[in-house]
Design a protein around this ligand. Sequence first.
Ligand code: ZN
Length: 468
Amino acid sequence: MTRLNLFLMCGFLAAGSAAVPAADLDGLQRFRDIYKELVETNTTLSVGDCTLAAKRMAARLKTAGYPDEDVRVFVPEGHPKEGGLLAVLHGSNPKAKAVLMLAHVDVVEAKREDWSRDPFTLIEEGGYFYARGTSDMKAQAAIWVDNLIRYREAGYQPKRTIKLALTCGEETSGALNGAEWLTQHMRDAIDAELALTEGVDGSLDAQGKRVALGILAAEKTSQNYVFEATNPGGHSSRPVADNAIYHLVRAVDRVSRYEFPVQLNDANRGYFAGMAPLVGGENGAAMAAVVRNPNDAAAAAVLDKEPNWHAMLRTTCVATMMTAGHATNALPQRARANINCRIFPGVSREEILAQLTKIAADPAVRVSIPEVRGPVGQPAPLTALVMRPIETIAHDMWPGVPVVPALEPGASDAQFLNPAGIPTYGITGIFTEADGGGIHGLNERVLIKSVYEGRTFLYRLVKMYADQ
Ligand SMILES: [Zn+2]
């Protein structure tokens, strides 16, 4: 997914503390080794092997004393390299539902020739870890494995069972998604009171100060739509007005000029309300105004200048691909565009299909849904049971830094778990910079200090949930 920093734009002055909490040195070298091993196991869809990564993590857990029956590598049939890992630390109360630590271990493709460093070697430089997956999301995956090892080593017995699921296929649309597969084939193995996964990082401002700790409370559904015009065609020396390309580009142009209405839910309302005082100025005032009145067009117009805020306020649809024609000297018989929509939580794919058909406004352009990925679910509620442990630990580690919910314009595996009845929250405790750190792009990086702090935060957080 596109991991979100609450401030994807720079230049805001920070509230909050710059104090550095003491790093949790317990087993730090071993954690680093786990992280390195995961990062250096190529898990791209093209040439990588998630099953190998899962096996390597399984070996680490077994070395730490986990019995074979509590550590299972699963491999979906017909997908030998897209396997994952399930592991469990049993709780003392069999009636209490589990806490699930979920992470995808697959990564976005990365070409050595494009990067200035080898994308599959963990490199420490200038206070950063560099490599594909350092941020999205092998740091958290390594933290989950490390947590299980440390809990066992400490002789810790939680009330709730703590489960781990490492999966493959999150990053590639159309690939087998391990989290979805688990909800369909091994639902009991991942059943939990709540699940934690990637989502929103902590936010640093341009000066490196902590501004807010994010928690992903809702996410949009990604859905492709196809616009297609077909035509008998003919020789290009005798053009006619009825041209498939012209029909298509006019319809696509109408999409470019359409804006979906502003919608508010707990997540984006919480985000804009929480961020308004931190951001301040015209933007802060616009945030407060839009929370008061989602129909305040002037306030929305201010926020719309920032693509991330624009996307958090509504469904968005954008043209991403186009193919048309079959010969340079022939009238096109077919013209096709892909429109990628990010649908606001709770809105159905069919509603958007109907709206796009209306926007296309041309019977010659057929609008359809090419493929469906996962069910559309309601976001998990932000109850006190969920929020209190986060706020308690955040307050302890980063006094004065508020916890701010967010609506993620991208999508994570929460899109599969929430509809399956496993409330899933995105929190990393890893503070990142407003530029996004090269996630999905070149020279992906994450602050070393932030990874180590995130490790401490997530170690404590899972424990606190498990003791509830
Ligand atoms: Zn991710």
